[in-house]
Design a protein around this ligand. Structure first.
Ligand code: DC
Length: 222
C-alpha cells in the first residue's frame, strides 16, 4: 500500500491555499486540514469574550479555557469551539485580522501545535497554513509554498467574502490584507516564509485545477 504522506501548503492570504488544498486532498483521498481555522476559532472566542488582544494573561486564560475539537466530516477537519460548529462564522475579515494578531503570541501557537500534529499523526493529510512546513510538520513529504501577486489575492479574497454573505469594500479588503501580510511575515515566531525545501508556485495566472495539476506533477517528478 502507498505510504500516507503529509503534504503542506503554506502561503499568504488569498493565494488560493484552501481551494487548492481541498481539491488536492480529494484527489488523493486524504484529509484536509485548514489550520487558519484554529487560529480563527481562538480569535472568535477572544472577540466574543471581549478580551484585550495583547494582554498575555487574558490570552493565557483564553488558551486554557477554550475547548477546541477537530472532527473529520467527509474528509475535512471541522472546528468546534466549546461544542459549537463555528463554520462560516469565523470567515470574516475581522476574525482573520484578529487571528493574525493573536497568532504572533507564543502561547497561542503553543496551544494549537499538538492539535495540528495529532491531526496529521497518521499521515494521509493535506494541511495548509503559514508554518506547516517550517514548524508543525518539518518532516513533511512535500512542502509547497503558494503565492500570487497582491492585486490578484485581493480580488480573490473579495470574491470569497462576497460568496460567504459578507459585503466588504475592495479597499477595506486591500487594507486588511496588507496588514495581515505584514503581521504574518514579520512576526518573531514562525513567520510566514518558504523553507529551503519548499516548492514555490506562483498561482497568479493559474486556475485552481492548474495549480493542483502542477502540484501532482511536481510530486511525481521527485
Ligand atoms: O489562513 P487564514 O486566513 O484563515 O488564517 C488566519 C490567520 O491565522 C493568519 O493571518 C495568520 C494565522 N495563522 C498562522 O499564524 N499560522 C497558521 N498555520 C495558520 C494561520
Amino acid at each position: 500500500m502507498r505510504k500516507k504522506m503529509i503534504i503542506t501548503i503554506d502561503g499568504p492570504a488569498g493565494a488560493g491555499k484552501s481551494t487548492v488544498s481541498k481539491m488536492l486532498a480529494k484527489k488523493l483521498g486524504y484529509i484536509y486540514l485548514d489550520t487558519g481555522s484554529l487560529y480563527r476559532a481562538l480569535a472568535y472566542k477572544a472577540l466574543k469574550d471581549k478580551i484585550i488582544l495583547d494582554d498575555i494573561s487574558a490570552l493565557d486564560s483564553l488558551c486554557s479555557d477554550i475547548n477546541i475539537v477537530l472532527k473529520n466530516i467527509d474528509g475535512q477537519m471541522k472546528v468546534y469551539v466549546d461544542g459549537e460548529d463555528v463554520g462560516d462564522k469565523i470567515r470574516t475579515e475581522e476574525i482573520g485580522l484578529t487571528a493574525s494578531k493573536i497568532s504572533a503570541f507564543a502561547i497561542v501557537r503553543q496551544r494549537l501545535l499538538e492539535l495540528q500534529r495529532e491531526a496529521g499523526a497518521e499521515g494521509g493529510i493535506v494541511t495548509e497554513g503559514r508554518d506547516m512546513g517550517s514548524v508543525v510538520f518539518p518532516h513533511a513529504d512535500y512542502k509547497f509554498y503558494l503565492d500570487a501577486d497582491p492585486p490578484e489575492r485581493i480580488k480573490r479574497r473579495h470574491k470569497e467574502l462576497l460568496g460567504k454573505g459578507n459585503s466588504p469594500e475592495l479597499q477595506s479588503v486591500q487594507k486588511d490584507m496588507s496588514a495581515r501580510d505584514e503581521q504574518d511575515s514579520k512576526r518573531d515566531i514562525a513567520p510566514l516564509k518558504p523553507t529551503s525545501s519548499s516548492i514555490i508556485i506562483d498561482s497568479t495566472k493559474l486556475s485552481v485545477p492548474e495549480v493542483v495539476e502542477n502540484i501532482i506533477q511536481q510530486m511525481s517528478d521527485k
